[in-house]
Design a binder for this molecule. Structure first.
Ligand SMILES: Nc1ncnc2c1ncn2[C@@H]1O[C@H](COP(=O)(O)OP(=O)(O)OP(=O)(O)O)[C@@H](O)[C@H]1O
Length: 281
């Protein structure tokens, strides 16, 4: 269980997170949404232990985050950040293998098997000997997913291990750059992990993906928790309008088990030249 109470974070005088309160349970795929600059990545990075100067409280299974040793945190949670820039020509296998660093001083056959399995799940095993730097953006993102999966898994198998209360997966825009097949694959994988007891918290910008995969959505605006709840309660045209400033229609289709969020026609956000002329005169 992740518990966040009255969480505030400042950079200099700027308050980036403002008394955020939320709880996330294992078994639920939780999605964090909000406009650019709302504080989603900062919140994820704070939960990941990157910013220790926060105020308020972050607990994992009742234990305050800063009381958990860093090495133990690395075995407990895996983080896919928004931008990971690598300068050295590591192979795909080596990059994915970095996920196992938290576990060993010398790589074992289990470590190798888990990395191989993760690469296969993300359909990048065939690229294992390629330099990571030569991959396309979407391929690199899939290798990064394989890296966090390698860090998370305890066996080269998605079934059979109960991770409840022991593992947390933080994903910041995990499907950026991926094609539709691999977006679906990655989020199905996240769903599967949450069913195995992993606490999954993912930042997504895509309403359709959030509607399809989220069990709980946290909407952040200007560093504050704007609202939270299930898809039906959060992805409403009123909340989307007041949080993002965009008019949408939330549609229901008999062939689709989740709501469809449709935007208004292009151009509606800007005044037309005629409107401008009216304003001028
Ligand atoms: N290290 C930092 N120093 C100063 N300001 C920062 C720092 N990191 C983030 N910020 C500011 O905090 C605010 C929130 O940034 P954050 O990256 O968390 O937003 P976000 O919701 O993830 O946005 P996006 O959707 O664009 O990824 C922004 O105004 C950003 O400029």
């Amino acid at each position: 269980m992740l518990g966040i109470k009255e969480l505030s974070l400042f950079f200099g005088a700027a308050r980036i997170l403002d008394r955020v309160q939320l709880q996330a349970r294992p078994g639920e795929l939780c999605v964090l949404m909000g406009p650019n600059g709302a504080g989603k990545s900062t919140l994820l990075r704070t939960i990941a232990g990157e910013y220790i100067h926060y105020r308020g409280s972050i607990t994992l299974n009742g234990r305050e985050l800063h009381q958990i040793p860093v090495a133990a945190q690395a075995r407990q949670r895996a983080v896919l950040g928004q931008q990971l820039v690598l300068q050295m020509p590591f192979t795909v296998m080596e990059v994915a293998g970095m996920g196992r660093y938290a576990y060993y001083t010398r790589e074992t056959s289990l470590d190798k098997a888990i990395v191989t399995y993760a690469l296969q799940l993300l359909q990048v095993y065939d690229l294992k000997d390629r330099s990571y730097l030569t991959l396309s953006g979407g391929q690199q993102q899939r290798v990064q997913m394989a890296r966090v999966l390698s860090q998370l898994l305890e066996a080269p198998d998605l079934d059979g291990v109960d991770y409840t209360g022991r593992k947390m997966l933080l994903l910041d825009e995990p499907v950026t750059g991926m094609d539709i097949l691999h977006q679906q694959l990655s989020l199905q994988l996240a769903t599967r992990l949450s069913q195995q007891g992993v606490l999954v918290l993912a930042v997504l910008h895509d309403f359709q993906l959030a509607a399809a995969y989220a069990q709980r959505i946290f909407l952040l605006k200007e560093g504050r928790l704007f609202t939270q709840g299930d898809v039906a309660n959060v992805l409403t045209s009123a909340y989307i309008k007041s949080c993002f400033g965009v008019e949408v229609s939330v549609l229901h289709h008999p062939d689709c088990v989740y709501p469809l969020v449709a935007t208004s026609p292009a151009g509606a956000l800007f005044p037309s030249p005629a409107d401008k002329a009216i304003n001028v005169y």
